[in-house]
Design a binder for this molecule. Structure first.
Ligand SMILES: NC(=O)c1ccc[n+]([C@@H]2O[C@H](COP(=O)([O-])OP(=O)(O)OC[C@H]3O[C@@H](n4cnc5c(N)ncnc54)[C@H](O)[C@@H]3O)[C@@H](O)[C@H]2O)c1
Length: 383
């Protein structure tokens, strides 16, 4: 067995996503399983170097997980030849500068979404990476969720007939921070710091809709800042300048209409934190993070509208669960493994910085649509 070690500078690993999903559940989990095997018997072995601004925090994190290498010097780490990949899960507003520096140092890039705070920045990064000849990847984790993989299986198997519409509900109550701590960092609620639910969630909706149903041709959104004042990590009250809810309508190629509500100001009355209800001529499905239930045309009840009578049947019980028929790994880890294989063994990959820019574009157009109160076309992006 040949071991192919690959050095990865990981920035933003003290954060929610960087720590839990990327470091612990992906890179450390890959090491625990013995690396990523390739078809020729080679095993890819990721060797992380943790990067952070605060020396004591980053050292403590490294020690807690037995990671030997850490640094507060990004430029110095990027200058190392054994570092081949730069990973970024910093706050969105810090991403562009660091990713650009990593491209300049000739590193392959893997990063969180959104890739930049605006479309110009996102496209510029994609162009810069192409000119430098480095490989790039952007996290599109929702595609690897068991519920959405089951939905994809249904689509590929022709279950729906002609798909008519998609209705998505995403959200939960994020506490204001006064009498109970907020469960998301405060920068999410300040647009000047790269926050806002449109910037956060529309990049996800772009790749989910595009990959499963068709390209997004137009967007119409209404946004709101329902909670104008929140309390931050230090107990200080601040003005929420960013949107905390967005009500969007998207027209997709093939005439499919998608509506997605995204909200940090709603209380959950769903089975999962996100659900997509898909209606087709032959059947319908409701897919969440893990589960997916279906109702075929032949099993569709015929309710008659009569407000004078109590409901006579349990509509929820008329759906069937789609079986797993597979084992599903953590979505972030699954995508990391594919990216590592792409870098080391040239395996196929489609979630690059241009794909990331499409997400930023949809967020930007969504916000503009809300500001201008009109539906906007989504132009095709090219490099
Ligand atoms: N793929 C997903 O589902 C998903 C979910 C949530 C967040 N995200 C993305 O991940 C990124 C990080 O989000 P998070 O929720 O982990 O944030 P977080 O606030 O928990 O972590 C941010 C990280 O960036 C670092 N950082 C660097 N410069 C900073 C600065 N100037 N101010 C504050 N922190 C700074 C922090 O030290 C920390 O390590 C964001 O770009 C966000 O959009 C992705």
């Amino acid at each position: 067995m040949t071991r192919r070690t690959i050095g990865i500078a990981m920035n933003g690993v003290t954060g929610r996503m960087g720590y839990r999903q990327h470091l612990v559940r992906s890179i450390l989990a890959i090491r625990e399983q013995g690396g990523v095997p390739l078809a020729d018997g080679t095993v890819i072995w990721p060797e992380p170097v943790l990067i952070g601004r605060n020396e004591s925090k980053i050292r403590a994190l490294a020690e807690r997980h037995g990671i030997e290498q850490w640094s507060t010097d990004l430029a110095g780490t990027l200058a190392r030849e054994d570092i081949e990949i730069y990973f970024d899960a910093q706050v969105t507003s810090a991403r562009e500068k660091s990713v650009r520096a990593a491209i300049d140092a000739g590193k392959h890039i893997y990063c969180e979404k959104p890739t930049a705070v605006d479309l110009d920045g996102a496209l510029e990064l994609a162009r810069h990476a192409r000119a430098a000849g480095v490989r790039t990847g952007v996290v599109q984790d929702k595609l690897f969720l068991p519920g959405l993989l089951k939905l994809k299986r249904l689509i590929d198997g022709g279950f729906f007939g002609r798909i008519l519409s998609v209705r998505g509900e995403f959200g939960y109550w994020v506490f204001e921070g006064d009498w109970q701590e907020a469960q998301r960092p405060s920068w999410n609620y300040r647009s000047e710091d790269g926050g806002g639910i449109v910037v956060d969630m529309f990049p996800h909706w772009e790749y989910v809709l595009h990959t499963l149903f068709g390209r997004v041709n137009s967007v119409q959104a209404l946004t709101a800042t329902h909670i104008p004042q929140r309390v931050d990590e230090n107990g200080h009250t601040y003005q929420a300048t960013a949107d905390d809810a967005a009500y969007g309508i998207f027209e997709l190629s093939g005439g499919i209409i998608a509506q997605i509500n995204s909200s940090w100001t709603t209380r959950v009355d769903r089975d999962e934190l996100v659900e997509f209800h898909v209606d087709g001529t032959e059947g319908s499905a409701v897919a969440g993070l893990r589960n997916c239930r279906v109702q075929h045309r032949s099993l569709t009840p015929k309710p008659v509208w009569n407000p004078d009578l109590p409901v006579t049947e349990s509509f929820r019980e008329q759906w069937s669960q789609v079986p797993d028929n597979d084992t599903f790994d953590n979505g972030f880890k699954a995508q990391w493994e594919l990216f590592l294989k792409h870098v080391v063994a040239d395996e196929p990959w489609s979630w690059d910085l241009l794909a990331g820019a499409r997400g930023v574009q949809l967020a930007e157009l969504g916000l503009r649509s809300a500001r201008e109160g009109r539906r906007l076309d989504v132009p095709e992006l090219t490099l």
